[in-house]
Design a protein around this ligand. Structure first.
Ligand code: IMP
Ligand code: MG
Length: 177
C-alpha cells in the first residue's frame, strides 16, 4: 500500500499551547478538589500524558478504559463495545474527567460516558483534544475542547490510521488540502 500524503493541520507548538490552556481551565474549575482522570484507549494516550503533566490539581488516579467500534478503517460503525472497563469503586462519588482524542460521530464517547455515569461519580466531565462536529450522530456535551476540525481524516499525536501514525508529534490530515 502506498504511503498516503499527510498535510499538517495543527503543529506541535499549537498543541502544547492549547493543552496548557486546557490545564489552566481544569485547575480553575477544580480548585480545592481532586480528580480521577480516565483516558479512552488508545487514541488519547499522548494527549493525556501531556495534559496531566500540565494539571496542578491533585490526581487521585489515572485509569484507562477501551471501547471498540464495530468495523475498522476510516468509517465508524453504529455502536461501541466496552473492551476494558474499570471498577465501580474507583469512580463512585469522585470527580471524574474523561480524556478523549476526538469526538467524531459521538458514539464511542457517549457510550463511555453512559458507562461511567452508571457508577455515579460526583461529577463527570469530558475533555477532548479534537471535535469533528460535522460527523456527529449522537449529541455529546464537551466540557473542555482543544480544537474543532473539519470533516477530514486525522492522524498523529496518538490518533491512528489502521494503527499507524500515532507517533507523529503533530496533527495531520490524510490527503492533500
Ligand atoms: P466516534 O465516531 O465519535 O465514535 O469516534 C470513534 C473513534 O474513531 C475515535 O475515538 C477515534 O479513535 C476514531 N476516529 C474518529 N475520527 C477519526 C479520524 O479522523 N482519524 C482517526 N481516527 C478517528
Ligand atoms: Mg482509532
Amino acid at each position: 500500500m502506498p504511503e498516503p500524503h499527510l498535510t499538517e493541520l495543527i503543529s506541535a507548538s499549537d498543541l502544547a499551547d492549547a493543552i496548557a490552556k486546557l490545564a489552566q481551565q481544569i485547575d480553575r474549575d477544580y480548585a480545592g478538589q481532586s480528580l480521577v482522570v480516565i483516558g479512552i484507549l488508545k487514541g488519547s494516550f499522548i494527549f493525556l500524558a501531556d495534559l496531566v503533566r500540565q494539571i496542578q490539581t491533585p490526581l487521585e488516579r489515572i485509569e484507562f478504559i477501551r471501547l471498540s467500534s464495530y468495523g475498522s478503517g476510516t468509517v465508524s460503525a453504529g455502536t461501541a463495545k466496552l473492551e476494558l472497563g474499570i471498577a465501580e469503586a474507583k469512580i463512585r462519588d469522585r470527580n471524574v474527567l474523561v480524556v478523549e482524542d476526538i469526538v467524531d460521530t459521538g458514539i464511542t464517547t457517549q457510550t463511555a460516558l453512559d458507562y461511567l455515569e452508571a457508577y455515579r461519580p460526583a461529577a463527570l466531565k469530558l475533555c477532548t483534544l479534537l471535535d469533528k462536529p460535522e460527523r456527529r450522530q449522537v449529541p455529546v456535551a464537551i466540557d473542555y475542547l482543544g480544537f474543532t476540525v473539519p470533516n477530514v481524516f486525522i492522524v498523529g499525536y496518538g490518533i491512528d490510521y489502521d494503527e499507524k501514525y500515532r507517533q507523529l508529534p503533530a496533527i495531520y490530515q490524510v490527503g492533500e488540502v
